[in-house]
Design a protein around this ligand. Structure first.
Ligand SMILES: [Zn+2]
Length: 160
């Protein structure tokens, strides 16, 4: 059940990518930090909702830690997300939870080398070993909850 929610969450996030990138461009050129923060706030709300759902189905009374895996190309500004997370968590089971962030490197598959290669900023999609064009992204754009830590309470029979 938790797995299903995670998958649908990732699908929901996929459509945000374009928005993220345009928000980031705007912020980079104009320094409009809050444009990004508004975007991170919606991500934070999604994360909180998902963590809360998982916690409820596990019979938890409180979420203490949310571990997030963030792709280096996810277009998420960590400071903004850290700022927004407690705001989104306020009044939910996730209130007061710590946010742990682990970065996922950007990996592409090089057809010429027949293996995965790791890209470094500025993330030009070329194999760092042989120089071939590498359009196939393996990872690096994810925004995934890896795990949550919870405080268990009385188990409820309702599961929604
Ligand atoms: Zn290569």
């Amino acid at each position: 059940m938790v797995r299903e929610s995670l998958d649908s969450f990732h699908r929901n996030l996929a459509h945000c990518t374009a928005l993220q990138h345009s928000a980031q461009r705007r912020a980079n050129t104009n320094g409009v930090w809050y444009t990004i923060a508004m975007h991170e706030l919606s991500i934070a709300h999604n994360l909180v909702e998902l963590a809360e759902e998982a916690a409820r189905s596990a019979g938890a009374v409180r979420v203490t830690v949310v571990c997030l895996r963030l792709g280096e190309m996810a277009g998420v500004v960590e400071d903004a997300l850290r700022f927004c997370f407690p705001v989104a968590a306020s009044g939910t089971l996730v209130e007061g939870a710590e946010l742990h962030i682990e970065y996922a490197p950007v990996q592409v598959f090089c057809e010429a080398c027949k293996q995965a290669q790791t890209l470094t900023p500025p993330f030009v999609f070329r194999c760092p070993v042989c120089g071939a064009s590498t359009p196939r992204l393996l990872q690096g754009r994810e925004i995934q909850i890896e795990s949550i830590e919870i405080e268990e309470g009385e188990l409820e029979t309702t599961n929604s």
